[in-house]
Design a protein around this ligand. Structure first.
Ligand code: CO
Length: 491
């Protein structure tokens, strides 16, 4: 067991180097260095992959299996074995072809998006879908090809379960969106203007302090797309972005990434450099970021607490009542762009993508029809049709990466967050009061004890059941949305 752990820790150190180089790539690296840097990252990542897929790993896992007694050791073996067997099933030539295809596709996706022309991206996406199908065939599947893709991000979750959840959430959201039309629409003009980047930075730093992000074990920087990255133990970094005309963007990007980082900072030290030393799944990770961003960060009590600090920095808000500000940041809109979507419409954007992906991988639709299918679904779910392909089918980078199966994580994150929140308020009955007082520590401690300290020991649905005593139940999300937006829209 110890030999296996040492071997995995060695591999993890190479991955740490890759993380640091990648972080620098996205933040401070001079632009001319990009090409060479990509090569260096590729070389080291390739080396780590080779080490992991070597026969040595297989032998060490086999030997350790008979020795493992503790739950932690068993989990290390379970996660390592699953990854190892998966990696071994994909022929290196296919893996390489997939990598070359996707890196080319990203380039053409960018051009297609800029030129607002799906046809430029189409052949590349066709190739990606074809190769993804081949990879799924190598990995195997029982009921639905999409299960295999979903399993990469949300281990244990089946497509049939996801469809069942959607069959509840979709009609709920479509109806609720209609209902909101009759409510009082918040006025969000106050959120547009010219806001100093310096002031936004200052406020972002304040928020991180309030939320107990450990700055001695991390830092906040700027990148085109905000992200959180764990370089290694005691080094979990986040980025945000600042826009002079859009105040919301930096505030909620910072809180969102802080949520991811709090999870990573809460992983136990003795899990570090092991396969269990990370979040349980993509969606559990997203549940943490969205819990802090939406359930805490877009609540009235949160703003009642931070508003004095906020107004000290942005004096132009001194005469804006906090309730007005809170309503403005929660305005619901039938809009085209997923990343800018509010809490009510967001999951509809995800369902549309999931349905397209699932149909694509099972050869029920073809890539060339995507622009039409996209618009039909937009009309049906959200009620608007984008005029440009760049605001529609071309808006997300994910498919050019070949990341099929990833999108549902965002929706599941919202559902998990609401279910965790429900359980939390049973344990912390004065939750609202604590937020109002700025006592975020007791809330964080709850998450630490129930979720963060477990790392990747449990599969996501198992963890959810351990924490909440229930299987995934989308009613908690529906109740949360109904209660909150009934108040905001005076329904
Ligand atoms: Co996130």
């Amino acid at each position: 067991m110890q030999n296996l752990k040492n071997h995995l820790k060695t591999i993890s150190k190479f991955e740490s180097a890759v993380s640091l180089l990648s972080w620098d790539f996205e933040t401070y690296m001079p632009p001319k260095a990009a090409q060479k840097r990509a090569e260096i990252i590729g070389e080291i990542a390739g080396h780590a992959f080779k080490l992991f897929t070597s026969d040595k790993t297989g032998l060490l896992i086999e030997k350790a299996e008979s020795e493992a007694s503790s739950d932690i050791d068993k989990a290390v073996i379970r996660v390592a074995k699953k990854e190892y067997e998966k990696a071994k099933k994909i022929p290196p030539e296919l893996f390489k072809e997939f990598q070359i295809t996707t890196s080319k596709a990203q380039h053409f996706w960018e051009i297609a998006k800029n030129e607002n022309n799906f046809a430029i991206f189409q052949p590349h996406l066709e190739k990606i879908v074809e190769l993804t199908g081949k990879i799924v065939d190598c990995l195997g599947y029982k009921e639905n090809k999409y299960d295999t893709l979903l399993d990469q991000y949300e281990p244990g979750l089946k497509t049939s379960q996801l469809k069942k959840i959607i069959s509840y959430v979709k009609p709920f959201l479509v109806n609720f969106l209609d209902k909101i039309e009759n409510g009082t629409k918040p006025d969000d003009k106050i959120l547009t203007g010219d806001f100093s980047i310096e002031k936004q930075k200052k406020f972002s730093e304040k928020i991180l302090d309030f939320l107990n992000y450990d700055k001695n074990a991390g830092r906040l920087d700027v990148s085109a797309h905000p992200f959180t990255i764990t370089i290694g133990a005691f080094d979990v970094r986040i980025t945000t972005r600042y826009s002079r005309s859009d105040l919301k963007n930096s505030i909620f990007s910072t809180i969102h990434e802080c949520g991811h980082a709090l999870y990573e900072q809460g992983i136990p030290e003795d899990f570090r450099e092991l396969p269990i030393g990370e979040g349980a799944s993509m969606a559990i990770h997203e549940s943490q970021s969205r819990f802090w961003e939406n359930i805490v960060g877009r609540s009235l009590n949160f703003w009642k607490f931070v508003y004095p600090t906020f107004c000290e920095i942005f004096s132009e808000f001194e005469n804006v009542p906090v309730e007005k500000f809170w309503k403005a940041i929660n305005k619901v809109e039938r809009s085209f762009i997923r990343t800018e979507a509010d809490e009510v419409t967001y999951n509809l954007h995800i369902m549309l993508r999931f349905e397209i992906e699932e149909a694509l991988i099972n050869n029920k639709i073809s890539v060339k029809d995507l622009p039409v299918i996209w618009n039909e679904k937009m009309k049906e779910y959200i009620g608007v049709i984008p005029e440009k392909e760049s605001d529609g089918v071309l808006q997300d980078v994910h498919w050019s990466h070949g990341s099929f199966g990833y999108f549902p994580s965002y929706m599941l994150g919202n559902l998990y967050a609401a279910q965790f929140y429900h359980t939390m308020t049973k344990d912390i009955s004065d939750f609202d009061e604590r937020i109002l007082q700025g006592d975020f520590k007791s809330i964080l401690n709850w998450l630490r004890e129930k979720i963060h300290s477990k790392g990747k020991i449990y599969e996501p649905l198992e963890l959810l059941k351990n924490v909440t005593g229930e299987d995934l139940n989308p009613e908690y999300y529906a109740n949360y949305i109904t209660k909150k937006f009934t108040m905001i829209y005076n329904l």
